[in-house]
Write a protein that binds this ligand. Structure first.
Ligand SMILES: N[C@@H](CCC(=O)N[C@@H](CS)C(=O)NCC(=O)O)C(=O)O
Length: 236
């Protein structure tokens, strides 16, 4: 049995992390049974790369959502992209990496750097800590996230610049999806797990932002997220 290590369901999403959400979706698309185990943020250092997700499968540990996907493909012989041409596989990979390495940071900026969203969201990750250290840890982690955003680069951009970039990302997903049920046709492929996780994360009603409004302005994306949720996450 596969164990997926997660942060836990949060903000009406299957997981606070879109990467964990993606890994869950991959396991569900491949119809592999799995259990989940929540990792406390203070134990993240024990994760192989200090990040989630990772899985344990018969004693084998695999970290990173893309490596988890390749493990599923290799060990269980499930080709997520079997129906895709090599050109479509190229587009699928580019779309995934746009979401994971670009849109992800906009999502982080929206949740962690906007004061109201932070208070309503990530600030609660620390509620279980005793009060003398709670505020200190909360501020220290927020500071680290700010520094990560600055290092990545998007943390240096104004809200209107971030929105301009997010608008391109979201519209790329919308255009590639078109009027198809899934990104590349009638059945989901590997990139659908990523698109679901990141688009549902950006659309999350728990957080107010112009980026969310932009995602909401694409009816095909909104309908797609609902379609994927109904098919794979009806229990959430
Ligand atoms: N490339 C990794 C990214 C995973 C990732 O960035 N996970 C974040 C949560 S969204 C994390 O665990 N961050 C904890 C930290 O940086 O301390 C993947 O695809 O799994």
């Amino acid at each position: 049995m596969i164990t997926l290590y997660t942060f836990g369901a949060c903000f009406g999403l299957p997981d606070a992390s879109p990467f964990v959400h993606k890994a869950m979706a991959l396991l569900k698309i491949a119809q592999l049974p799995f259990t989940t185990q929540v990792v406390s943020p203070k134990n993240l250092g024990k994760a192989p790369k200090g990040k989630l997700p990772y899985i344990e499968d018969d004693g084998e540990i695999i970290a990173d959502s893309s490596f988890i996907r390749w493990h599923i493909e290799k060990k269980y012989g499930y080709d997520f992209d079997k129906a895709l041409s090599s050109y479509e596989r190229g587009i699928a990979w580019a779309l995934e990496k746009m979401l994971e390495d670009n849109a992800y940071w906009i999502l982080v900026q929206t949740r962690w750097m906007d004061d109201a969203n932070f208070a309503n969201g990530p600030a609660h990750f620390f509620d279980a800590l005793p009060w003398p250290v709670r505020n200190m840890v909360r501020s220290a982690v927020r500071k680290k996230v700010r520094s990560n955003l600055y290092g990545q680069g998007l943390g240096r951009y104004s809200p209107s610049e971030l929105l301009a970039i997010a608008t391109r990302d979201i519209s790329a997903v919308s255009v590639i999806l078109g009027d198809k049920p899934y990104l590349f046709g009638n059945e989901p492929c590997g990139a659908d797990a990523t698109a679901l996780a990141f688009m549902e994360g950006l659309l999350c009603p728990h957080f107010e932002s112009p980026v969310r409004r932009c995602a909401e302005s694409h009816p095909n994306v909104v309908a797609y997220v609902e379609r994927m949720k109904n098919r794979y996450f009806s229990e959430v």
